[in-house]
Design a protein around this ligand. Structure first.
Ligand SMILES: NC(=O)c1ccc[n+]([C@@H]2O[C@H](COP(=O)([O-])OP(=O)(O)OC[C@H]3O[C@@H](n4cnc5c(N)ncnc54)[C@H](OP(=O)(O)O)[C@@H]3O)[C@@H](O)[C@H]2O)c1
Length: 242
């Protein structure tokens, strides 16, 4: 029965950290709804999960498209009825193209479209999902915003401005949401930096495997060993500065 199972939603679950988080949650007997903006890629990811012996569902979801989010939220409400875990993982790194020298682009030169694109996906995307799904969240649901140490104000430096702005702002959403939710719910929300991880975004030069990168995300989703923190920022299962 679906009522007996914990339900997790993972955005950008067709590959990279999102897929690995889905896999680790499934290993913990959580029923995962994999979502991705590309239907074909998402279905292939679900097939892969199933081929490893896990259950799961797929639903199309583009976090920049409010219609897609509304349709998805309706599907969850009517077909599933609750959300126990939301992993806001989908993200872009608009200054990724190191070959073009964009790595060193200055805050004075970064095109506004790159800032808007990153903000729309990495910041507003998670906010849209939170707003749409809060009404059907379990009383003790957990939300994990996959952020980055590049969004840390305490260590902020000059590279990758569009990405940094979007992740710092995502951390603000974590804090604001945590503060509002703690008034009358036990829903927790935290930001996490997965570290530099071998994915399409992180590239093969990254030191961490996807398994290692997903670890703290899943740990928080499952309640952080019963400590249930909220409104905090984590890396490697330890709280870090904003
Ligand atoms: N890898 C790292 O070193 C690292 C470090 C710090 C933080 N992070 C964060 O970790 C998260 C996952 O990154 P990753 O390394 O796994 O990157 P990735 O392999 O590039 O995967 C990104 C995922 O986000 C999806 N996505 C992008 N825009 C979307 C949209 N509008 N709607 C729905 N899905 C969308 C992508 O879908 P498509 O396949 O359709 O493009 C893909 O599934 C991101 O939030 C990233 O900022 C990564």
């Amino acid at each position: 029965m679906i009522d007996d199972l914990k339900i997790a939603i993972v955005t950008g679950a067709n590959k990279g950290l999102g897929f690995e988080v889905a896999r680790q949650l499934a290993k913990n007997k959580i029923l995962v709804i994999l979502t991705s903006r590309d239907e074909q890629k998402g279905k292939e990811a679900l097939d892969k999960l199933k081929s490893e012996g896990h259950a799961g569902y797929f639903h199309q979801l583009d976090v920049t498209d409010q219609n897609s989010i509304n349709e998805f939220a309706k599907h969850v409400k009517d077909g599933i009825g609750k959300v126990d875990i939301l992993i806001n993982n989908a993200g872009i790194f608009p200054e990724q193209n190191i070959e073009d020298g964009e790595k060193t682009i200055s805050i004075f030169d970064v095109p506004e479209e790159k800032i808007s694109h990153a903000f729309n996906t990495n910041t507003l995307g998670p906010l849209r999902l939170i707003r749409a799904l809060i009404p059907m969240m379990s009383p003790d649901a957990t939300i994990v915003n996959v952020s980055s140490s590049m969004g840390q104000l305490s260590t902020m430096d000059s590279a990758f401005p569009a990405y940094r702005i979007s992740k710092t702002a995502l951390n603000v959403i974590t804090k604001l949401t945590a503060d509002e939710l703690k008034e009358n719910t036990d829903i927790t929300i935290n930001s996490v930096c997965p570290g530099w991880v071998k994915t399409d975004m992180g590239t093969s030069k990254a030191p961490k495997t996807v398994e290692e990168g997903a670890d703290t995300i899943v740990w928080l989703a499952l309640g952080a060993d019963g400590t249930k923190p909220t409104g905090k920022f984590f890396q490697d299962r330890k709280q870090i500065e904003w």
